[in-house]
Design a protein around this ligand. Structure first.
Ligand code: DC
Length: 224
């Protein structure tokens, strides 16, 4: 049976980087569920489907042609209808729109089926907001990763500066706070830790330290 590890948490908690490294280390597949919401928001913009058009978004979520692959550097590349949209997928605008459309139950139901299809082979590391609570409630290990708003905004700030983007740390902190509020307070599948999740505050930990902590937990559970 496919072993499943879920890693949920707010944006900037480090779950993406840690999940990819963990999947590689264990030889498991990887699901970046946020990327599905992000691709849907790009598809919606391309097809001029408004963010409040629930039926239109549901249909796009069911039918959009998507493909993911990890490149040589371990980063996720995404194709939408055959077009490489990796850079557009990671912009703040795309993240904002993804967070908005993620509040529609029709969209979540349509993407639920597609997400469960990623569970095949030896194992899967699934990262997102509701992996442990809704998509894979029977996962073998559930992690809920957090970090302070200041730390998460500062991580994003450094990422964007490295890409040569001109940003304000204060504006980023406000965006992070607003996105948390929307993701945590929506009616359907809000971001909350699963009852059986292990909570991990990564504010003062490096990616390597977080990865080691998770691997130690897996060993303690006799997982490896
Ligand atoms: O993790 P991310 O920043 O790529 O996710 C983008 C948005 O998608 C996030 O703000 C909320 C939504 N999302 C969700 O509702 N459920 C998930 N499992 C993953 C992401």
């Amino acid at each position: 049976m496919t072993k499943i590890i879920t890693i949920d948490g707010p944006s900037g908690s480090g779950k993406g980087s840690v999940s990819r490294l963990l999947a590689k280390k264990l030889g498991f597949s990887y699901l970046d569920s946020g990327a599905l919401y992000r691709l849907l928001s790009i598809a919606a913009s391309r097809c001029q489907v408004a963010s409040n058009n629930k039926k239109g978004l549901e249909s796009l979520a069911e039918h959009m042609d998507i493909c993911f692959e990890l490149d040589d550097t371990g980063e996720l590349r995404a194709l939408l209808e055959g077009e490489d949209v990796t850079l557009e997928m990671r912009t703040e605008n795309t993240g904002e729109l993804a967070s908005k459309i993620a509040g529609h139950s029709e969209v979540r139901a349509a993407l639920l089926k597609r997400q469960r299809l990623f569970a095949k082979g030896d194992g899967l590391v699934a990262d997102g907001r509701d992996m442990g609570t809704v998509i894979f409630p029977n996962a073998n290990l559930k992690i809920y990763m957090t970090a302070s708003i200041e730390e998460r905004a500062s991580r994003r700030y450094k990422e964007l500066l490295a890409k040569g983007e001109d940003v304000s740390l204060r504006a980023l902190a406000e965006q992070v706070r607003a996105r948390d509020e929307r993701d945590m307070s929506r009616d359907v599948s809000p971001l909350v830790p699963a009852e059986d999740a292990i909570e991990l505050d990564t504010s003062s930990l490096s990616i390597k330290e977080v990865l080691e902590t998770i691997l130690d937990t897996l060993d303690a559970k006799g997982f490896r």
